[in-house]
Design a protein around this ligand. Structure first.
Ligand code: APR
Ligand code: PHB
Length: 396
C-alpha cells in the first residue's frame, strides 16, 4: 500500500457516537493521538434522536473535554422527577435523596453536535462514510484497522483499537465467539417516541404507569417536548398517526395532567425496542469495547448515554496509564472497573422498566405487587433515596 493509504495513530476509534467522540476528545486532551472511523455520514449521525438526561458525572466529563458550554447554557437542571399512577402525580426529590445532586436535561443529539464541533475545531481526523471497517490482529501488539473510503482500501496501524460502534457494530462481532460471554433480556414491548415543538406538560419529567401501558413526558427545551408511549414491539411508525399518539398519551396520564398536554405536529417519530444486554469481558488483547458496543439498557431511567460516558472515563484512565506512564496493567483494569458500574446501571434500568411497564403475562397479583412498590417508593424516604442515587448516577 502507498503511504496515503496506510497511516498510523495510537488509538483507532471505531464509531463516532457519543462514546467514540468523547473518548477522542479526552484522549486528545491527555496527549494521546486518535483517529475515528464512522460508517455513516455526519448528517446521519446528527439526525438520530435519543435520550436526553445527563448525570452530573457525564457533565463533568464533557467539561473535562472542553465541550460543556452549550450544555450549561441551554440544558435544564432538574432536581426532581414525577411518577404518575392511579390517577395522581407524585414528585420524587432527587436532590434531597442524593445529597444535593441533580441531572441536566440536554439532548444526546446536542451532545454529539458539541463533541463533533470541538473535534473539528481542533483539526482532529474523522473518516465518515468509512465502509467495511475491519479490526485486525488485535490479539498481538500491532493491531490495525482496514476500511474503504471513496472506493479505496485503506489501513490504519495503531497500538489500540477502541470499539465504540454501538450494538450492531463490527467490533464485538470480530471477537472469537469462545472469548466472549453475553447476557441478554428482550422485553415484549417497545417505545413509540414523538418530538414536537410544544411546551412540556410539566417542568420535570413524568414517568407514568397505567393499565394501558407506560408513558413518559420528557423535553428538550422549554418549547420542545419529547413524549413516549409503550407499544407492541411489532408496531410500525405508520401505525401511530399523531392523533392516535396524543390520545394514547393523555389516556395514560392523570386527568388534570392530560388536560394540560399541548399538542403540535410531530417533528420526528420513531419506535425503539427495549433490551438489556451485557458482553463480558470488555477487553480482547488490544481491542476494547465501550458504550453500546458492550451493553444496552432499556431507556427507562436514561442510562444509555451515561453508561457510555462512564466506560469512556475508565478507558481514558487505562489508556493514559498505558501511553503516558507505560503501565500495561492499567489496560487490564478497564474491563472489571467498567463492568462493575455497568451491572449496577443494568440492574436499575431493568428494575425501573419492570416496575413501570405492562407485561403481556401480567396477572392480578403482579399488578398489586407493582402498585405496592410504587406506593412504597413515593411513601418511603429510604426507597426514594435509593431511587435518587441511582437516577442521578452512582459515583465512579
Ligand atoms: N464501522 C464504523 N462505524 C460504525 C460501524 C462500523 N461497522 N457500526 C456502527 N458504527 C457507528 C454508528 O453509525 C454510530 O455512529 O458507531 C456509532 C455508535 O454510536 P451509538 O450507537 O450512539 O453508540 P455509543 O457511542 O456507544 O453511545 C451510546 O447512544 O445508542 C445510544 O442509547 C445509546 O445513549 C446511548 C448512547
Ligand atoms: C428522553 O428525553 O428522550 C428520555 C428521558 C428520560 C428517559 C428516557 C428518554 O428515561
Amino acid at each position: 500500500m502507498s503511504d496515503g493509504r496506510r497511516t498510523r495513530t495510537q488509538v483507532c476509534i471505531i464509531g463516532s457516537g457519543p462514546a467514540g467522540l468523547l473518548l477522542g476528545q479526552l484522549l486528545h486532551r491527555a496527549g494521546v493521538d486518535a483517529v475515528i472511523l464512522e460508517r455513516r455520514s455526519k448528517q446521519y449521525v446528527l439526525g438520530r434522536i435519543r435520550a436526553g438526561v445527563l448525570e452530573r458525572t457525564t457533565v463533568d466529563l464533557l467539561e473535562r473535554a472542553g465541550c460543556a458550554g452549550r450544555a450549561h447554557s441551554e440544558g435544564l437542571i432538574h432536581a426532581g422527577v414525577n411518577l404518575a399512577f392511579d390517577g395522581s402525580l407524585h414528585r420524587l426529590d432527587l436532590a434531597a435523596g442524593s445529597g444535593g445532586k441533580t441531572v441536566l436535561v440536554y439532548g444526546q443529539t446536542e451532545v454529539t453536535r458539541d463533541l463533533m464541533a470541538a473535534r473539528e475545531a481542533e483539526g482532529l481526523i474523522t473518516h465518515y462514510a468509512a465502509e467495511d471497517v475491519e479490526p485486525q490482529d488485535f490479539d498481538g501488539a500491532r493491531p490495525f484497522v482496514t476500511f474503504t473510503e471513496g472506493g479505496v482500501r485503506r489501513r490504519i496501524d495503531c497500538d489500540v483499537i477502541a470499539g465504540c460502534d454501538g450494538y450492531h457494530g463490527v467490533s464485538r462481532a470480530s471477537v472469537p465467539p469462545d472469548a466472549i460471554r453475553t447476557f441478554q433480556r428482550d422485553y415484549p414491548f417497545g417505545w413509540m417516541g414523538l418530538l414536537a415543538d410544544a411546551p412540556p406538560v410539566e417542568e420535570e419529567l413524568i414517568y407514568a404507569a397505567h393499565a394501558h401501558g407506560f408513558a413518559l413526558c420528557s423535553m428538550r427545551s422549554p418549547t420542545r417536548s419529547r413524549y413516549y408511549v409503550q407499544c407492541p414491539v411489532e408496531d410500525r411508525v405508520e401505525d401511530w398517526p399523531d392523533d392516535r399518539f396524543w390520545d394514547e398519551l393523555r389516556r395514560r396520564l392523570p386527568e388534570d395532567v392530560a388536560r394540560r398536554v399541548e399538542t403540535a405536529p410531530s417533528i420526528e417519530k420513531s419506535i425503539a425496542p427495549l433490551r438489556s444486554f451485557v458482553a463480558e469481558p470488555l477487553r480482547f488483547g488490544r481491542l476494547f469495547l465501550c458504550g453500546d458496543a458492550a451493553h444496552i439498557v432499556p431507556p427507562t431511567g436514561a442510562k444509555g448515554l451515561n453508561l457510555a460516558a462512564s466506560d469512556v472515563h475508565y478507558l481514558v484512565e487505562a489508556l493514559s496509564g498505558f501511553f503516558l506512564e507505560g503501565d500495561a496493567e492499567a489496560l487490564d483494569r478497564y474491563s472489571t472497573r467498567a463492568l462493575a458500574r455497568v451491572w449496577k446501571a443494568e440492574r436499575f434500568s431493568w428494575w425501573f422498566t419492570s416496575l413501570m411497564h405492562r407485561f403481556p403475562e401480567d396477572g392480578a397479583f403482579d399488578r398489586r405487587i407493582r402498585r405496592a412498590e410504587l406506593d412504597y417508593l413515593v411513601g418511603s424516604e429510604a426507597a426514594a433515596a435509593a431511587f435518587s442515587e441511582n437516577y442521578v448516577g452512582l459515583p465512579f
